[in-house]
Design a binder for this molecule. Structure first.
Ligand code: SF4
Length: 213
């Protein structure tokens, strides 16, 4: 499997925010977003091949029973992930995905954190037909908001894809602590008005995106 990095930190986003978790970041992505904060994980790199046993050994070094599968786009390697997931049945497993790939591993996953990309991040018109295959009871949606113009697009998106508004969280765009903190204030007011959840981005707020989280 193409692995970018494995590290131990706390979940920085979404409903499980603050939970100690092992991050298995897989290499390779099918998108190239403007605001990508892990651009180093986008390209496939053969030098980062790891076997299931090597990954498992690394995971067992950490005390938590919570794994965040992230990327890149981790569902690009979901077939290869199945033997690993079968060995991790006593772990709580979250997947961070852009939502463009139909999941075939839902039975092994506790939570999908889907982050569809808006026109503020990518110019291509992306088809999100795959979203209907994500199990509703296990899936939440996170949107990165750059400015308030994005809200109209988000509302249109959730209507077109019949997404439950209660499952939607808005996150501030920003690559520095200052930028994220500043945008958070106005975004919280938008969340209150539109009744969306607000999701902070702890790794940027605390460590300025310099430290792994
Ligand atoms: S989908 Fe995620 S990992 Fe891929 S380019 Fe976009 S932000 Fe980066």
């Amino acid at each position: 499997m193409q692995v970018c990095e494995i590290f131990y930190s706390i979940q920085g986003e979404g409903q499980e925010i603050g939970q100690p978790a092992i991050f298995l970041r897989l290499q390779g992505c099918n998108l190239h977003c403007k605001f990508c904060d892990t651009a180093y994980s986008q390209e496939i790199n053969q030098k980062k091949e790891m076997t299931i046993m090597e990954i498992l050994k690394k995971i067992k070094e950490f005390p938590a029973k919570h794994i965040v599968l992230t990327g890149g786009e981790p569902l690009l390697q979901q077939k290869e992930l199945i033997p690993l997931l079968k060995k991790l049945k006593n772990y709580f497993i979250e997947v961070e995905t852009n939502g463009t790939i139909k999941p075939i591993i839902s039975q092994y996953i506790n939570k999908f954190n889907c982050s569809p990309k808006l026109s503020n991040a990518i110019k291509l018109k992306i088809k999100y037909d795959s979203l209907k295959f994500f199990p509703k009871e296990k899936t939440i949606y996170k949107f990165v908001v750059n400015d308030k113009k994005d809200i109209t697009e988000i509302k249109k998106f959730i209507k077109e894809n019949t997404i439950d508004k209660n499952k939607v969280f808005l996150m501030p765009q920003g690559k520095t602590t200052e930028e994220v903190m500043e945008k958070s204030k106005s975004l919280i007011e938008i969340c209150k008005k539109e009744v969306f959840g607000f999701a902070p981005r702890l790794h940027i707020m605390i460590w300025n995106n310099q430290k792994k989280i």
